[in-house]
Ligand binder design. Structure first.
Ligand code: ASP
Ligand code: MG
Length: 424
């Protein structure tokens, strides 16, 4: 008998028929002798609908008072789905009980709409499991020290599931979703993209932070911190497929470098169009200049990603960085009105139509020439690289948005990602 956490996303919970299917699948696991905690998301579209209602009443307000109410509202999506799933399980003859985040409780800090889980009291859940029940816990939500309802950020049910699995030392956390695993890249862009049987936790973390939307990044951080065995798999297989087959399907996130693991140098290609580039031209190249530019940006709470400073000519240099596209207008305004004049910049320029394409792989640690292979593949397609950033296990380039798909396809091919990796 194992203790297993299942997480079902919004699409899997999208209608009463689908919820019935989830219940049948969970029932199969229970009948195979396992203890189950199930963490569903709100029915698909529901969180958007709820937040949309709030927006009708208060389009732009972000006061703490409004943020508190947003969480009050958004959390009801999951409250409905846990109740429905518990009823569906009971209809299958499986004893079950549902809880909201505050009933568990899942304790969080007070950062409304992006709260962090601080601790989980699992006593109540354990008692129910011991009494033979399936426990259905609302994803995406918790409660702060003052008993205010909080939510964990969009996509936060993944984090709820992994955190519960960590707190309860579950044997495995299965994330059932509308894709059947983690792919070398998005199959909508590269039809030859291949599902990975395993991916290392570090690669998954990079992929999530670089724009792959499969798992909320915090859930991956949690899995890494507490070594939660995590698997991403499809909720669209027939519910009655063989349980052993199901248990091995999808993509397993691994922690140890295992000899039998796929050993591709590059495991995947991530991309996103979420960033915009800004440049200060002709700023004096002197100590403190980067701080003079980026300090005010950080003070305005704007996240900076890729940064590049050119070699100076006649004591002047150009300085570029990227920000989230939502922050583009604000950043440009700040540079034009404040930072530009303060640093004596000759000109401020901006380009919101860029994208970032990244190759990710732990094999990059031990192989040379990976970045140059990337640059060659891009140059063969005539794609100009505007910025480059690297870490131990990834290389990212910023390019013109219109070449994104071409770049992803070229890189997928250059690194043979359409072929099953062989042991290195
Ligand atoms: N329902 C929430 C959202 O749409 C949380 C989740 O689905 O994980 O973001
Ligand atoms: Mg999700």
């Amino acid at each position: 008998m194992a203790l297993i956490v299942h997480k079902y996303g919004g699409t899997s919970m999208g209608s009463t028929d689908r919820i019935r299917n989830v219940a049948k699948r969970v029932a199969k696991w229970v009948r195979a002798g396992h203890q189950l905690v199930v963490v569903p998301s709100a029915m698909s579209g529901e969180t958007n609908r709820l937040l949309g209602l709030a927006k009708e009443l208060s389009p732009a307000s972000t006061t703490p008072e409004v943020m508190r109410e947003l969480d009050m509202i958004a959390s009801t999506g999951e409250q409905v789905s846990v109740g429905l799933l518990a009823i569906a399980l009971q209809a299958e003859g499986i004893p079950s009980v549902s809880y909201t985040g505050w009933q568990v409780p899942v304790a969080t800090d007070s950062s409304y709409t992006k709260a962090r889980i601080e601790s989980i009291d699992d006593q109540r859940v354990r008692a129910d499991l011991a009494a033979g029940k399936v426990v259905v816990v609302a994803g995406f939500q918790g409660v702060d020290a003052q008993n205010n309802i909080t939510t964990l950020g969009r996509g936060g049910s993944d984090t709820s599931a992994v955190a519960i699995a960590a707190a309860m030392k579950a044997d495995e956390c299965l994330i059932y979703t509308d894709v059947d695993g983690v792919y070398t890249t998005d199959p909508r862009i590269v039809p030859e993209a291949r599902r990975l049987h395993t991916i290392s936790f570090e690669e998954m973390l990079e992929m999530a932070s670089l724009g792959s939307k499969i798992l909320q990044i915090r859930s991956v951080e949690f899995a890494g911190k507490y070594k939660v065995p995590l698997r991403v798999l499809s909720s669209f297989t027939p519910w009655d497929i063989d349980i052993n087959e199901e248990a091995k399907s999808g993509t397993l996130i691994t922690f140890e470098e295992d000899e039998n693991m796929e050993q591709a140098v590059v495991s995947g290609i991530a991309f996103n169009r979420d960033e915009a580039k800004v440049t200060l031209l002709g700023v004096p190249d002197k100590p403190g200049i980067a701080f003079q530019i980026l300090g005010p940006v950080a003070d305005a709470n704007i996240d900076i990603d890729v940064i590049i400073q050119n070699v100076s000519h006649d004591g002047k240099t150009d300085f570029s960085f990227t920000v989230h596209r939502n922050d583009y207008a604000r950043t440009m305004e700040l540079l034009q009105n404040t930072v530009g004049p303060a640093t004596n910049a000759a000109k401020v320029a901006g380009d919101p139509k860029i994208c970032k394409v990244s190759i990710v792989g732990i094999g990059m640690r031990s192989h040379v020439g990976v970045a140059s292979k990337m640059f060659r593949a891009l140059s063969e397609e005539g794609i100009n690289i505007q910025m480059i950033s690297t870490s131990e296990i990834k290389t990212s380039v910023v390019i013109d948005e219109k070449y994104m798909e071409l770049a992803v396809r070229a890189l997928h091919k250059a690194f043979d990602l359409d072929q099953e990796a062989t042991a290195a």
